[in-house]
Design a protein around this ligand. Structure first.
Ligand SMILES: [Fe+2]
Length: 346
């Protein structure tokens, strides 16, 4: 078990989002009294605002239980003299900046935990590397590292994902995703898989296929700005939840623009992946030909991923059942494209 010490700061929120909701991480709020730890502890993570008075003292109180051989990872907002001194005072083994979340995930203490690949995929280094690469990109973009479709890291990750999906197929990719704990990440990587297969099936020219892949990876980054409680709520029945959720498309568009994204197809797909052909979508209630072809493809991949996703609130759906539900959306989607999408579901 890993022990994650947090407060209510942004740094704690982002760390929880990055690490997902693995059952093997026990989260403890620094404001509470140190609880009795009965399971064996493999390591500690400290993710709290080091600028706040009393944070270090509270940390030291909690870390009294820590044995020397147990590593302590301190997650910080930035790296400067004051932060480094406070991390040292806590006894940090390593310090990671949250803006380099990929580095955090690659830390030996997390590397195997986040992607605990079930057999036989642990023997497939190409598939593992492709998934780890895309996870790193999603993490970086969601935690504020400026990444655009022109970034070398993003293109390397996309090329590996496309190659892996085209050689191993969607089923192997989806099976491997079962090991990803965070529902947000799993969703993004499923959409990527369906979109790339869709684009391959429709023989999209490689530059367009890469755009579609980039848009799939980035389409929900606006959710990084939304409260985790809303994102994780299984039944979104609380008043106002939907309106808040819908803001993610504009937030994502603005984040990408702030990162310097200039590709119109990608910006459009991120902003409009919830528009419907009959004008009933959001945020601009666009209709028919106003919605660009690449965006329509992303919308279909996104909906299908939502329909097939396993949820505690409903029985598991077969591929065929999910596809029937996609067809049942009728004129909301591009009917010709939905017919073609059947080839992805096969
Ligand atoms: Fe979305």
């Amino acid at each position: 078990m890993l022990v994650l010490l947090t407060d209510t700061s942004e740094i704690a929120r982002r760390t929880c989002e990055v690490l997902g909701t693995s059952g093997a991480i026990r989260q403890i709020n620094l404001k509470q009294a140190p609880p009795l730890l009965t399971d064996s502890v493999e390591g500690w993570i400290f993710a709290a605002d080091l600028d706040q008075e009393g944070t270090v003292t509270a940390g030291i109180r909690h870390l009294r239980e820590r044995a020397l051989e147990q590593p302590l990872i301190v997650v910080t907002a930035r790296r400067d003299v004051k932060t480094s001194a406070r991390a040292s005072a806590l006894g940090a083994t390593r310090v990671h900046e949250i803006s380099n979340a990929a580095g955090l995930l690659r830390d030996p203490i997390f590397a195997n935990r986040f992607m605990a690949m079930p057999s036989p995929f642990s023997n497939d280094p190409v598939l593992m590397a492709a998934i780890a690469g895309t996870v790193a990109i999603v993490t970086e973009t969601m935690t504020g590292r400026a990444t655009t479709s022109a970034s070398e890291d993003l293109n390397t990750a996309i090329d590996a994902a496309i190659a892996s999906l085209q050689t191993k197929g969607v089923a192997a990719w989806l099976k491997a995703l079962e090991a990803v704990h965070s529902p947000t990440y799993r969703h993004v990587l499923q959409v990527l898989a369906f979109a790339v297969s869709f684009g391959t099936l429709t023989k999209l020219p490689p530059p367009l296929l890469r755009k579609l892949a980039a848009a799939s990876l980035l389409h929900d980054i606006g959710k990084a700005k939304l409260p985790v409680e809303i994102l994780n709520r299984a039944d979104r029945t609380a008043p106002g939840d939907d309106a808040i959720l819908q803001t993610h498309v504009k937030l994502g568009f603005e984040m990408l623009r702030a990162y310097g994204e200039r590709d119109f197809d990608i910006l459009d797909a991120v902003l409009h992946h919830h528009e419907y052909m009959d004008g009933s979508g959001y945020p601009h209630r666009m209709k028919g030909a106003q919605i660009r072809p690449l965006t329509r493809m992303l919308t279909i991949a996104n909906h299908y991923a939502n329909l097939i996703e396993q949820r505690p609130s409903r029985p598991v759906r077969t591929k065929q059942d999910a596809y029937k539900r996609l067809q049942a959306m009728g004129h909301k989607l591009d009917l010709g494209l939905v017919a073609t999408f059947k080839g992805v579901v096969r």
